[in-house]
Write a protein that binds this ligand. Structure first.
Ligand SMILES: [Cu+2]
Length: 316
Protein backbone atom coordinates (compact mmCIF):
# COMPACT_ATOMS: atom_id res chain seq x y z
CA UNK A 1 0.00 0.00 0.00
CA UNK A 2 2.76 2.42 1.06
CA UNK A 3 4.73 1.45 -1.98
CA UNK A 4 1.68 2.18 -4.12
CA UNK A 5 1.15 5.63 -2.55
CA UNK A 6 4.83 6.38 -2.96
CA UNK A 7 4.67 5.35 -6.58
CA UNK A 8 1.59 7.44 -7.22
CA UNK A 9 3.17 10.41 -5.42
CA UNK A 10 6.35 10.12 -7.45
CA UNK A 11 4.29 9.84 -10.59
CA UNK A 12 2.19 12.89 -9.74
CA UNK A 13 5.27 14.93 -8.86
CA UNK A 14 7.03 13.80 -12.00
CA UNK A 15 3.97 14.52 -14.10
CA UNK A 16 3.52 17.94 -12.50
CA UNK A 17 7.13 18.75 -13.33
CA UNK A 18 6.54 17.69 -16.91
CA UNK A 19 3.32 19.70 -16.98
CA UNK A 20 4.99 22.81 -15.48
CA UNK A 21 7.97 22.60 -17.77
CA UNK A 22 5.80 22.52 -20.86
CA UNK A 23 2.64 24.26 -19.73
CA UNK A 24 2.33 26.01 -23.05
CA UNK A 25 2.68 22.75 -24.89
CA UNK A 26 -0.76 21.09 -25.21
CA UNK A 27 0.38 17.50 -24.85
CA UNK A 28 -1.24 14.73 -22.85
CA UNK A 29 0.91 14.91 -19.71
CA UNK A 30 -1.78 16.45 -17.53
CA UNK A 31 -4.46 14.08 -18.83
CA UNK A 32 -2.31 11.12 -17.81
CA UNK A 33 -2.13 12.37 -14.21
CA UNK A 34 -5.89 12.71 -13.95
CA UNK A 35 -6.68 9.26 -15.29
CA UNK A 36 -4.04 7.58 -13.13
CA UNK A 37 -4.96 9.06 -9.76
CA UNK A 38 -8.72 9.67 -10.00
CA UNK A 39 -10.97 6.61 -10.03
CA UNK A 40 -13.39 6.56 -12.98
CA UNK A 41 -16.55 8.56 -12.23
CA UNK A 42 -19.64 6.50 -11.57
CA UNK A 43 -22.91 7.22 -13.23
CA UNK A 44 -25.81 8.13 -10.93
CA UNK A 45 -29.05 8.35 -12.85
CA UNK A 46 -32.03 10.23 -11.50
CA UNK A 47 -35.60 10.37 -12.72
CA UNK A 48 -36.50 13.86 -13.85
CA UNK A 49 -39.65 15.46 -15.24
CA UNK A 50 -40.61 15.89 -18.87
CA UNK A 51 -38.00 18.26 -20.40
CA UNK A 52 -39.08 21.86 -21.00
CA UNK A 53 -38.17 21.60 -24.70
CA UNK A 54 -40.78 18.85 -25.11
CA UNK A 55 -43.37 20.76 -23.06
CA UNK A 56 -42.84 23.71 -25.42
CA UNK A 57 -43.17 21.47 -28.44
CA UNK A 58 -46.41 20.02 -27.09
CA UNK A 59 -47.81 23.52 -26.70
CA UNK A 60 -46.99 24.27 -30.35
CA UNK A 61 -48.65 21.04 -31.44
CA UNK A 62 -51.99 22.05 -30.00
CA UNK A 63 -54.31 19.05 -29.74
CA UNK A 64 -52.03 16.57 -31.54
CA UNK A 65 -50.93 14.90 -28.33
CA UNK A 66 -54.55 14.14 -27.42
CA UNK A 67 -55.02 12.26 -30.71
CA UNK A 68 -56.28 8.66 -30.62
CA UNK A 69 -54.63 7.25 -33.73
CA UNK A 70 -55.86 3.93 -35.09
CA UNK A 71 -53.01 2.14 -36.82
CA UNK A 72 -53.64 -1.00 -38.87
CA UNK A 73 -51.25 -3.30 -40.67
CA UNK A 74 -52.76 -3.87 -44.12
CA UNK A 75 -49.82 -5.95 -45.32
CA UNK A 76 -48.49 -8.47 -44.43
CA UNK A 77 -51.81 -10.03 -43.42
CA UNK A 78 -52.31 -11.83 -40.13
CA UNK A 79 -50.76 -15.30 -40.31
CA UNK A 80 -50.06 -14.71 -44.00
CA UNK A 81 -47.54 -16.82 -45.87
CA UNK A 82 -45.29 -14.68 -47.99
CA UNK A 83 -43.34 -16.20 -50.86
CA UNK A 84 -39.90 -14.74 -51.31
CA UNK A 85 -37.58 -12.77 -49.14
CA UNK A 86 -39.07 -9.30 -49.56
CA UNK A 87 -42.22 -8.20 -47.77
CA UNK A 88 -44.16 -5.00 -48.38
CA UNK A 89 -45.37 -3.25 -45.25
CA UNK A 90 -48.56 -1.27 -45.79
CA UNK A 91 -50.20 0.63 -42.97
CA UNK A 92 -53.46 2.45 -42.60
CA UNK A 93 -53.82 5.34 -40.19
CA UNK A 94 -57.23 6.62 -39.12
CA UNK A 95 -59.05 7.55 -35.91
CA UNK A 96 -59.32 10.83 -34.03
CA UNK A 97 -56.08 12.31 -35.36
CA UNK A 98 -56.39 16.01 -34.37
CA UNK A 99 -53.71 16.92 -36.90
CA UNK A 100 -51.46 13.94 -36.20
CA UNK A 101 -49.73 12.92 -39.43
CA UNK A 102 -46.46 11.06 -39.89
CA UNK A 103 -44.08 13.20 -41.94
CA UNK A 104 -40.42 14.12 -41.79
CA UNK A 105 -39.77 17.84 -41.95
CA UNK A 106 -36.87 18.14 -44.42
CA UNK A 107 -35.53 21.19 -42.57
CA UNK A 108 -35.24 19.60 -39.12
CA UNK A 109 -35.19 15.90 -40.06
CA UNK A 110 -37.89 15.38 -37.42
CA UNK A 111 -41.60 14.73 -37.33
CA UNK A 112 -44.30 12.30 -36.31
CA UNK A 113 -43.52 8.76 -37.40
CA UNK A 114 -44.39 5.13 -36.94
CA UNK A 115 -42.10 2.73 -35.08
CA UNK A 116 -41.79 -0.52 -37.05
CA UNK A 117 -40.32 -3.53 -35.26
CA UNK A 118 -39.39 -6.81 -36.91
CA UNK A 119 -39.21 -9.70 -34.41
CA UNK A 120 -37.52 -8.13 -31.37
CA UNK A 121 -35.08 -5.92 -33.20
CA UNK A 122 -34.66 -2.18 -32.62
CA UNK A 123 -37.42 -0.25 -34.38
CA UNK A 124 -37.04 1.61 -37.63
CA UNK A 125 -38.91 4.88 -38.23
CA UNK A 126 -41.50 5.07 -41.03
CA UNK A 127 -42.44 8.66 -41.89
CA UNK A 128 -44.26 8.77 -45.23
CA UNK A 129 -47.08 6.24 -45.16
CA UNK A 130 -47.99 6.88 -48.80
CA UNK A 131 -44.54 5.68 -49.81
CA UNK A 132 -43.52 2.01 -49.70
CA UNK A 133 -41.72 0.44 -46.78
CA UNK A 134 -40.23 -2.88 -47.79
CA UNK A 135 -38.55 -5.45 -45.60
CA UNK A 136 -35.81 -7.03 -47.67
CA UNK A 137 -33.93 -10.30 -47.31
CA UNK A 138 -36.18 -11.74 -44.61
CA UNK A 139 -35.12 -15.19 -43.48
CA UNK A 140 -37.36 -18.20 -44.00
CA UNK A 141 -39.74 -18.99 -41.15
CA UNK A 142 -42.08 -17.21 -38.78
CA UNK A 143 -41.75 -13.51 -38.04
CA UNK A 144 -43.66 -10.86 -36.18
CA UNK A 145 -44.16 -7.26 -37.09
CA UNK A 146 -45.17 -4.61 -34.55
CA UNK A 147 -46.07 -1.02 -35.34
CA UNK A 148 -47.19 1.91 -33.24
CA UNK A 149 -47.72 5.62 -33.66
CA UNK A 150 -44.98 7.87 -32.32
CA UNK A 151 -44.18 11.53 -31.85
CA UNK A 152 -41.15 13.50 -33.14
CA UNK A 153 -39.36 12.88 -29.82
CA UNK A 154 -40.17 9.14 -30.10
CA UNK A 155 -42.78 8.96 -27.35
CA UNK A 156 -45.45 6.48 -28.39
CA UNK A 157 -49.20 7.05 -28.42
CA UNK A 158 -50.63 4.71 -25.83
CA UNK A 159 -54.29 4.34 -26.78
CA UNK A 160 -55.13 0.69 -27.47
CA UNK A 161 -55.60 1.15 -31.23
CA UNK A 162 -52.27 2.94 -31.78
CA UNK A 163 -50.45 -0.41 -31.78
CA UNK A 164 -50.79 -3.49 -33.91
CA UNK A 165 -48.90 -6.73 -34.28
CA UNK A 166 -49.09 -9.49 -36.88
CA UNK A 167 -47.27 -12.76 -37.32
CA UNK A 168 -46.45 -14.00 -40.79
CA UNK A 169 -44.40 -16.76 -42.38
CA UNK A 170 -41.76 -16.38 -45.05
CA UNK A 171 -41.34 -19.23 -47.57
CA UNK A 172 -38.21 -19.27 -49.66
CA UNK A 173 -36.55 -16.58 -47.58
CA UNK A 174 -33.39 -14.65 -48.20
CA UNK A 175 -29.76 -15.22 -47.46
CA UNK A 176 -29.43 -15.59 -43.68
CA UNK A 177 -25.78 -14.55 -43.84
CA UNK A 178 -26.92 -11.06 -44.85
CA UNK A 179 -28.95 -8.61 -42.78
CA UNK A 180 -32.62 -7.91 -43.35
CA UNK A 181 -33.03 -4.34 -44.55
CA UNK A 182 -35.67 -1.86 -45.63
CA UNK A 183 -35.90 -0.47 -49.16
CA UNK A 184 -33.91 2.55 -47.97
CA UNK A 185 -31.14 0.29 -46.67
CA UNK A 186 -31.88 0.48 -42.93
CA UNK A 187 -31.04 -2.78 -41.18
CA UNK A 188 -34.11 -4.43 -39.65
CA UNK A 189 -32.33 -7.56 -38.42
CA UNK A 190 -28.70 -8.62 -38.44
CA UNK A 191 -29.58 -12.32 -38.81
CA UNK A 192 -26.35 -14.21 -38.29
CA UNK A 193 -24.15 -11.91 -40.24
CA UNK A 194 -21.32 -9.81 -38.92
CA UNK A 195 -22.43 -6.54 -37.34
CA UNK A 196 -22.94 -3.65 -39.69
CA UNK A 197 -19.63 -1.88 -40.30
CA UNK A 198 -21.35 1.51 -40.19
CA UNK A 199 -21.42 2.86 -36.62
CA UNK A 200 -23.85 5.57 -37.75
CA UNK A 201 -26.75 3.16 -38.00
CA UNK A 202 -29.20 3.60 -35.16
CA UNK A 203 -30.02 0.82 -32.72
CA UNK A 204 -27.70 -2.01 -33.62
CA UNK A 205 -28.75 -5.01 -31.59
CA UNK A 206 -26.26 -7.31 -29.93
CA UNK A 207 -28.31 -10.43 -30.38
CA UNK A 208 -29.38 -12.36 -33.41
CA UNK A 209 -33.02 -12.00 -34.43
CA UNK A 210 -35.88 -14.47 -33.76
CA UNK A 211 -37.12 -14.59 -30.16
CA UNK A 212 -39.49 -17.53 -30.28
CA UNK A 213 -43.24 -17.64 -30.81
CA UNK A 214 -45.21 -14.74 -29.44
CA UNK A 215 -48.75 -15.11 -28.17
CA UNK A 216 -50.64 -11.92 -29.08
CA UNK A 217 -53.19 -12.58 -26.31
CA UNK A 218 -50.57 -12.75 -23.52
CA UNK A 219 -48.90 -9.82 -21.73
CA UNK A 220 -46.33 -8.25 -24.01
CA UNK A 221 -43.78 -5.51 -23.41
CA UNK A 222 -42.49 -3.88 -26.58
CA UNK A 223 -39.20 -2.08 -26.07
CA UNK A 224 -39.05 1.23 -27.91
CA UNK A 225 -36.59 3.74 -26.42
CA UNK A 226 -33.79 4.43 -25.74
CA UNK A 227 -31.93 3.27 -28.81
CA UNK A 228 -29.01 4.34 -30.92
CA UNK A 229 -26.89 7.38 -30.36
CA UNK A 230 -27.57 10.41 -28.15
CA UNK A 231 -25.66 13.64 -28.62
CA UNK A 232 -25.45 16.98 -26.83
CA UNK A 233 -28.73 18.27 -25.40
CA UNK A 234 -30.50 15.06 -26.49
CA UNK A 235 -28.26 13.05 -24.19
CA UNK A 236 -29.64 14.57 -21.00
CA UNK A 237 -32.19 13.54 -20.05
CA UNK A 238 -32.84 10.34 -22.05
CA UNK A 239 -36.36 8.93 -22.30
CA UNK A 240 -37.36 5.35 -21.52
CA UNK A 241 -40.52 4.39 -23.40
CA UNK A 242 -42.22 1.09 -24.21
CA UNK A 243 -45.55 -0.31 -25.33
CA UNK A 244 -47.64 -2.61 -23.16
CA UNK A 245 -50.23 -5.07 -24.42
CA UNK A 246 -52.55 -7.21 -22.30
CA UNK A 247 -51.01 -6.04 -19.03
CA UNK A 248 -51.73 -3.23 -16.58
CA UNK A 249 -49.03 -1.95 -14.24
CA UNK A 250 -49.57 -1.74 -10.48
CA UNK A 251 -49.74 2.05 -10.48
CA UNK A 252 -52.46 1.90 -13.14
CA UNK A 253 -54.59 -0.58 -11.19
CA UNK A 254 -53.05 -3.79 -12.51
CA UNK A 255 -50.61 -6.34 -11.14
CA UNK A 256 -47.52 -6.03 -13.32
CA UNK A 257 -44.45 -3.84 -13.15
CA UNK A 258 -41.47 -3.17 -15.36
CA UNK A 259 -37.93 -3.67 -14.15
CA UNK A 260 -35.18 -1.64 -15.76
CA UNK A 261 -31.46 -2.13 -15.37
CA UNK A 262 -28.87 0.28 -16.74
CA UNK A 263 -25.38 -1.18 -17.18
CA UNK A 264 -24.57 -3.12 -13.98
CA UNK A 265 -26.63 -0.86 -11.70
CA UNK A 266 -29.23 -2.18 -9.27
CA UNK A 267 -32.62 -2.91 -10.77
CA UNK A 268 -35.27 -0.17 -10.61
CA UNK A 269 -38.97 -0.33 -11.29
CA UNK A 270 -41.63 1.41 -13.35
CA UNK A 271 -45.14 1.14 -11.95
CA UNK A 272 -47.03 3.44 -14.29
CA UNK A 273 -47.21 3.14 -18.07
CA UNK A 274 -45.81 6.47 -19.20
CA UNK A 275 -42.50 7.72 -20.57
CA UNK A 276 -39.76 8.33 -18.06
CA UNK A 277 -36.72 10.60 -18.33
CA UNK A 278 -33.36 9.73 -16.78
CA UNK A 279 -30.65 12.31 -16.21
CA UNK A 280 -26.96 11.92 -15.41
CA UNK A 281 -25.62 9.77 -18.26
CA UNK A 282 -21.89 9.66 -18.77
CA UNK A 283 -20.44 9.62 -22.25
CA UNK A 284 -19.84 6.19 -23.66
CA UNK A 285 -21.74 2.97 -24.30
CA UNK A 286 -24.53 1.85 -21.98
CA UNK A 287 -26.95 -1.02 -21.89
CA UNK A 288 -30.59 -0.57 -20.99
CA UNK A 289 -32.67 -3.61 -20.17
CA UNK A 290 -36.44 -3.67 -19.75
CA UNK A 291 -38.39 -6.62 -18.36
CA UNK A 292 -42.04 -7.24 -17.65
CA UNK A 293 -42.64 -8.79 -14.20
CA UNK A 294 -45.75 -10.44 -12.79
CA UNK A 295 -47.30 -9.80 -9.35
CA UNK A 296 -44.60 -11.94 -7.71
CA UNK A 297 -41.84 -10.08 -9.59
CA UNK A 298 -41.19 -13.03 -11.85
CA UNK A 299 -40.41 -12.32 -15.52
CA UNK A 300 -43.45 -12.92 -17.73
CA UNK A 301 -42.55 -15.16 -20.65
CA UNK A 302 -43.90 -14.46 -24.12
CA UNK A 303 -41.39 -15.80 -26.56
CA UNK A 304 -38.31 -13.94 -25.37
CA UNK A 305 -39.81 -10.55 -26.15
CA UNK A 306 -40.56 -9.41 -22.61
CA UNK A 307 -36.89 -9.09 -21.68
CA UNK A 308 -35.01 -6.79 -24.00
CA UNK A 309 -31.59 -5.19 -23.69
CA UNK A 310 -30.23 -2.53 -26.01
CA UNK A 311 -26.87 -0.85 -26.26
CA UNK A 312 -26.91 2.90 -26.62
CA UNK A 313 -24.13 5.42 -27.12
CA UNK A 314 -24.03 8.72 -25.26
CA UNK A 315 -21.79 11.52 -26.58
CA UNK A 316 -22.20 14.67 -24.50
CU1 LIG B 1 -39.11 7.38 -33.04
Amino acid sequence: MNAFITRVTIFVVAALLVFTSCATNQDNANTTVTTTVTPPPTQALTVVGRPQAILDLMKQRGEEDQAQPVLRIVSPGKEATVNGANVDVKLNLSGDLRGYKPHKDPATGKGNHIHVILDNEPYEAYYELDQPFELRNLTEGKHTLRVFASRPWHESYKNAEAFQMVSFTVKGGGDASKPTTTNSGQTMANNNSAPSPSPAREGKDMHASKGGEVDPTKPLLTYSRPKGEYKGAEADPIMIDFWLSNAELKGDGGEYRVRYIVDDDDARFIEKWEPMWLSGWLSGKHTVRLELLDKDDRPVANGTFNTTAREITVAK
